[in-house]
Design a protein around this ligand. Structure first.
Ligand code: EPU
Length: 422
């Protein structure tokens, strides 16, 4: 199995190109189902999760061609099922529920189950789709949904859910009448999905806020021009922290400062210098890392997907920082591994207290999820000596060309093993 070997302790300087956002690409790929025909998407990141979503589309009967522009043909849907062997690899397969119900009136999707960061139920997805007229039963680990006619309705989420909001959106665009989603996720990736749907004829207002109004239409058709996926704010944030944690200066080309605002504020408060211009954001640090207190929140709050990476930086602070994780109940899996690199962190429920240390020291570490792995890579880049990050497949799910991009800003990193998994 692949590992990343890092010779740390060198400031990173230079420019990193930001890829398309994984969490925008995944819903948009599956949303092609709601408009039969040929779709073209650009800025799709080359990631294992994207390949998994394309293979799910293939299983449904929709072939695709990868390349600079990804082409998907959704003219025909042969099966309305997301089987266990795909869902088990990628939780986001649950996003097939809304579009399959809208397209076929039937969907059979394996229940995703828990994962390293928490239980992650889908009750809100089902509640929202039920409000639109769907009926569900559970059978053999599968959730089976049926609907004769989707009808617009008010949907009020009890918790803010990103993929839940996306599932309702993808069904509501073809429902008869108006759907109003209250307490919707306002993440930029939800807004990107809405823009993509809008380009196919959907009528959506308020995406990117907590209240989304959808006027259903009877048919949608693929847009003529390729749709360019939004840039990845979490990837960009991770490279900005790479600049900060190594005392370097990294510029992310293609980054969107607005969607990164909560991350940039936290980095500034921690003593980093943020610079920005049209289509780029930079982060440098020459002084000490100042301790800060951060709480993860739905957008526009501080994103849970940047919590582990920020914690790596705070591990080198001049005092005690706190990080409260309010989105997922088990998202401190990186802490035990950061301790192996010399960090000092106490955990009390969902609150981590990070007592800064002057330096970290290389070690062999491994993580159980994508962002935790990113945090360990960042810590390894700052640590003296050699760090080996095992289970690299987590990073391949979410970071395109990781070693090449890090190498481009001066990191001494190499992948050792058998190459990227299929
Ligand atoms: N929740 C429920 N019931 C539901 C849905 C969610 O209780 O029906 C709870 C979850 O258990 C969690 C909270 O609501 O405690 C928020 O979960 P959400 O549904 O928003 O997460 P998600 O849609 O499954 C997406 C991203 C995650 C990101 C979260 C939060 C995608 C494909 N995934 O997951 O990304 O952490 O939103 O922003 O968009 C990652 O990229 O590393 C990643 C995990």
């Amino acid at each position: 199995m692949d590992k990343l070997v890092i010779d740390g302790g060198h400031p990173l300087r230079g420019t990193v190109p930001v890829s398309g956002a994984k969490n925008a690409a995944l819903p948009i790929l599956i949303a092609t189902l709601v408009a039969p025909g040929e779709h073209a998407l650009s800025n799709v990141p080359d990631l294992v999760d994207v390949s998994s979503m394309l293979s799910l589309l293939g299983r449904i009967g929709c072939p695709s061609l990868a390349g600079d522009v990804v082409r998907i043909d959704t003219s025909r849907v042969a099966y309305s099922e997301a089987p266990y062997d795909v869902v088990r690899k990628m939780r986001a397969s649950v996003l097939a529920l809304g579009p399959l119900l809208a397209r076929c009136g039937h969907a059979k999707v394996s229940l995703p189950g828990g994962c390293a960061i928490g239980v992650r139920p889908i009750d809100q997805h089902l509640k929202g789709l039920e409000a639109l007229g769907c009926r569900f039963e559970l059978d053999g680990g599968y959730v089976i949904g049926r609907v004769d006619k989707l009808r617009g309705a008010p949907v009020v989420f009890d918790v803010v859910t990103v993929t839940g909001t996306e599932n309702i959106l993808m069904a509501a665009v073809l429902a008869e009448g108006t759907t109003v989603i209250e307490n919707a996720a306002a993440e930029p990736e939800v807004a990107d999905l809405a823009r993509f749907l809008g380009g196919m004829g959907a009528r959506i207002e308020g995406a990117g806020t907590s209240r989304i109004v959808v006027e259903g239409v009877s048919t949608l058709s693929p847009a003529a021009a390729p749709y360019a996926i939004l840039s990845d704010r979490i990837e960009a944030g991770t490279y900005l922290v790479a600049g900060a944690i190594t005392g370097g200066d990294v510029r992310c080309e293609g980054a969107d400062a607005q969607s990164l605002a909560p991350v940039l504020s936290a980095l500034e408060a921690a003593g980093c210098t943020i610079t920005q211009g049209p289509g780029w954001v930079g982060c440098a640090r020459s002084g000490p890392v100042r301790p800060i207190d951060v709480e993860t929140r739905p957008h526009p709050g501080f994103p849970t997907d940047m919590q582990a990476q920020l914690m790596a930086l705070l591990a080198l602070g001049t005092g005690t920082s706190t990080v409260r994780e309010t989105i997922f109940e088990n998202r401190f899996m990186h802490v035990a591994e950061l301790l192996r690199l010399g960090a000092r962190v106490d955990i009390d429920g969902n609150l981590a207290s990070i007592h800064g240390v002057p330096s970290l020291k290389g070690a062999t570490v491994m993580a159980t999820d994508l962002r935790a792995s990113a945090s360990l890579v960042l810590a390894g880049l700052a640590a003296t000596g050699t760090t080996e990050v095992l289970r690299l497949y987590h990073l391949d799910r979410g970071y395109e060309k990781l070693e090449a991009k890090l190498g481009g800003i001066g990191a001494r990193v190499r992948r050792v093993g058998e190459g990227r998994p299929d």
